[in-house]
Design a protein around this ligand. Sequence first.
Ligand code: HEM
Length: 129
Amino acid sequence: ATQRTFYEEVGGAETFRKLTARFYEEVAADEVLRPLYPEEDLGPAERRLRMFLEQYWGGPRTYSDERGHPRLRMRHHPFRVGPIERDAWLRCMHIAIASIDAETLDDAHRRALVDYMEMAANSMMNSPV
Ligand code: HEM
């Protein structure tokens, strides 16, 4: 029997494209997050997050082909991620998830995505302030 992945169940590439595009629209306007991003162009950062999330949820493995093992905590070491940054990141992500319509993302899938993002954002913290 063929097992559909979460990635496929929520609409595949198009959904992850919309999610990360909306997320980075928020980041671009966020006074806590925007200064953390070293590059003026947020496009490459958006693409890395999109590839990572696609891979995590069972889609194409382009992220690891290009970047190797994710080691996300290590890759976030250069940036202070305290509660304020975590909250700002999650605020942007909650808006991005809310922008995906209910037909594409039903309640159970939406819940799974939100739970994962909250867990991941908490685990990315590397500073108590
Ligand atoms: C990279 C900030 C949480 C996934 C980055 C970068 C910054 C950043 C400034 C560098 C931009 C770039 O890629 O050039 C933050 C902050 C967070 C956070 C402030 C607050 C909690 C997360 C979470 C995830 C994530 C929860 C995954 C669910 C990534 C990925 C990259 C990245 C995949 C690119 C890594 C690479 O391949 O170099 N983040 N991040 N981040 N972040 Fe985050």
